[in-house]
Design a protein around this ligand. Structure first.
Ligand SMILES: *Cc1c(COP(=O)(O)O)cnc(C)c1O
Length: 412
């Protein structure tokens, strides 16, 4: 199967040159600039093939063996394979692979365990909580009463004593652990202990590290959390989507919270692509990949720190780094723009303490491309060069083009 079935089939180019041009433009952008967005990755040709398959045509409300539509006998097998692979990969008694996204998975977890108005304890948004962890702009902040814990001002690490004291004070119905920006491992055993002490459910939103968990490079929340929410498209390198993992006793509640409570028909092409990704993630090659992602992030973080950026928590245990570029004379927002002009694509993010914004970057995509520690050292030097005004933007852009040219995400 070809890398980009649609483009190589040339069908789109003939029928709709306007859209074909856009798709090819994005492929060119992805392969000529440096993808450092922490939440992104390059899916395999096999995953893309499943996404571009006729399973996209199939309506399949309900679950395998109990659908509201006819003709589901083949897609039922695909979903069963995806579920079995997810269970085996993460050691879970139950998996739901229908959630359309990470946010949908969190919505379903809340729907399974909570009632509107319940109190929920989660990492505060300024410290790396996700929108679904109580943002006033999101359903979560509107429908639940969120209390936020923070991180230690000195170390940047989760303020575990504060988690315990807020839990005792507010008696939440659920505690959420997980973040869009926290670069360190989470102490799931601690969260379990506090949840048990106050009679709360523990929801682990492992959207970011779940791929590292699959590769044995990060602790597994499954033994500790009542429900684990995740994405399949970040380090895990699957299609854009979500999933939930839980014990048998919550299986039915979780499934009903996804369908029919918060979603309609399952996206069978995406579910097939998730199965392909789970299959890939169970290989020794993926284990090696996950560990390389972390080694690369450590080298990149150390390089940025050596160049004078303030790296949150002093480093990373994962694929993810957040850093304050202010000592180089530029804040995160301006830095993101300067770096983008040089072909280095990353995010800016809230910093735990202080008013200016920082940079958030990750090594999942560049590691998929085959880059190693040597390239990471080069990238940190490049970032600092651009931000200090040491390297001319056009020169930096050429350097980036040369670098990524040696590591094409889709060879050929
Ligand atoms: C990425 C992320 C999500 C949301 O995933 P989407 O697929 O974008 O909806 C939720 N929670 C956390 C912690 C995340 O990092």
């Amino acid at each position: 199967m070809s890398v980009t079935p649609v483009l190589e089939a040339d069908v789109l180019r003939r029928q709709d040159p306007e859209l074909a041009e856009i798709l090819l433009g994005e492929l060119t952008r992805q392969s000529t600039t440096l993808q450092l967005v922490a939440a992104e990755n390059f899916t395999s040709p096999a995953v893309l093939a499943a996404l571009g398959s006729p399973l996209a045509n199939k309506y399949a409300e309900g679950y395998p063996g109990a659908r509201h539509h006819g003709g589901c006998e083949i897609v039922d097998v695909a979903e069963r394979v995806a579920v079995e692979r997810a269970k085996a990969l993460f050691g879970a008694e139950h998996a739901n692979v229908q959630a359309h996204s990470g946010s949908s998975a969190v919505l379903a977890a809340y729907a399974a365990l909570l009632r509107p108005g319940d109190t929920v304890l989660a990492l505060g948004l300024p410290y790396g909580g996700h929108l679904t962890h109580g943002s006033p702009a999101n359903f979560s902040g509107r429908w639940f009463d969120f209390v936020g814990y923070g991180v230690d001002a000195e170390t940047g690490l989760i303020d575990y004593p504060q988690v315990r004291s807020l839990a005792r004070t507010h008696r939440p119905k659920a505690i959420v652990c997980g973040s869009i920006a926290y670069p360190r491992h989470i102490d799931y055993a601690f969260f379990r202990e506090v949840a048990d002490e106050v009679g709360a459910y523990l929801i682990a939103d492992a959207a970011h590290p779940i791929g590292l968990v699959a590769g044995g490079a990060a602790p597994n929340p499954v033994p500790y959390a009542d429900v684990v929410c995740a994405t399949t498209h970040k380090v895990l390198r699957g299609p854009r989507g979500g999933m939930l993992l839980c014990g048998s006793e919550l299986a039915e509640r979780v499934d009903r919270a996804v369908f029919p409570f918060t979603q309609g028909g399952a996206q069978m092409h995406t579910i097939a692509a998730k199965a392909v990704a789970f299959g890939e993630a169970a290989t020794p090659a993926f284990t090696a990949y996950a560990h390389q992602v972390v080694s690369n992030a450590r080298v990149l973080a150390a390089g940025l720190a050596a160049e004078g950026l303030v790296v949150t928590t002093g480093g990373t245990d994962t694929h993810l780094i957040t850093a304050d570029p202010l000592p180089l004379g530029v804040d995160g927002r301006a830095a993101r723009g300067q770096l983008a002009a040089a072909g280095l694509v990353l995010d800016c993010c809230a910093l735990p303490h202080g008013d200016s914004r920082g940079l958030r970057l990750g090594t999942a995509a560049v590691t998929t491309q085959g880059m190693g520690e040597g390239e990471m050292a080069g990238i940190s030097a490049l970032i600092a060069g651009v931000l200090r005004g040491r390297t001319d933007t056009r020169l930096a852009r050429d350097e980036v083009r040369d670098l990524v040219g040696g590591f094409p995400p889709y060879p050929g």
